[in-house]
Design a protein around this ligand. Structure first.
Ligand code: SAH
Length: 229
């Protein structure tokens, strides 16, 4: 099954190796603790158990992957999660990222476009006692208005542009962490911040490779169909 100590060492090593990009030498200790606490092997299919604690992405079916642990840790850290925060995730996948966030914040809402993955993640998170996570099968492009605004939003699939709905559903002082770029081209992990006056700024953090954000089950069309009211 692998070794959690080794996974933690690899995350720390990757953080140091990319420090000039990400602007930090180490991630926040609570983030590292959450990474250590969540049993990644529970989120990885049985045939890939030997890769559960390797620092790489792992297939979870439906052509999707659970992200590399270093990327999960980095994106969590970039969100700067606080204990009272309410966070929206787009792209539940296995539920691993949601489980990591559930250790750090008050509430996690997560949207997954593939209903089978949403169902599996819901059952898994319930079994593991992550009672502060709610998963819904839906296209995350429009966010989750019912629970908005959010202290932070994390998107775990890449889009050519940032959905204006997500920016709108961010609280003043909140952060949106998102890979931006074409499906198989150059993608940048971006942090988009909304200040207390509602002013929005973005910065590029790191070149990354994510599965694409899709619009509707069979379409990779990511052009905006409409815009927020
Ligand atoms: N965060 C996940 C990994 C995500 S892989 C984990 O920890 O396991 C990206 C996920 O985004 C896939 O499951 C994919 O089905 C989902 N996805 C793609 N486009 C989406 C959309 N428009 N809305 C919601 N989920 C989407």
């Amino acid at each position: 099954m692998g070794d959690i100590d080794q996974m933690m060492r690899e995350i720390a090593w990757e953080v140091r190796a990319t420090r000039t990009w990400i602007g930090r030498e180490a991630l926040a200790p609570p983030v590292m603790e959450a990474m250590r606490r969540v049993p990644r092997h529970e989120f990885v299919p049985s045939e890939f158990q030997s890769w559960a604690y390797a620092d790489g992405p792992v297939g979870i079916g439906h052509g999707q992957t659970v992200s590399q642990p270093y990327i999960v840790a980095l994106m969590t850290d970039l969100l700067e999660p606080q204990p009272d925060d309410v966070i929206l995730e787009i792209g539940t996948g296995s539920g691993y990222q949601a489980a990591v966030l559930s250790q750090l914040v008050a509430r996690v809402y997560s949207l997954e476009i593939i209903p089978e993955l949403a169902d599996e993640a819901t059952a898994r998170l319930r079994r593991l006692g992550c009672s502060n996570v709610e998963v819904k099968a839906a296209d995350g492009y429009s966010g989750w208005g019912e629970h908005a605004p959010f202290d932070g939003i994390i998107v775990t699939a890449a889009a050519p542009h940032v959905s204006p709905y997500l920016v709108e559903q961010l609280k003043p002082g909140g952060r949106l962490v998102i890979p931006v770029g074409p499906p198989h081209g150059r993608q940048e992990l971006q942090v988009i911040s909304k200040d207390d006056a509602g002013e929005v700024t973005s910065r590029d953090v790191l070149p990354v490779a994510f599965v694409p954000l899709t619009r509707g089950r069979h379409s990779a069309d990511t052009t905006p169909a409409d815009s927020p009211q």
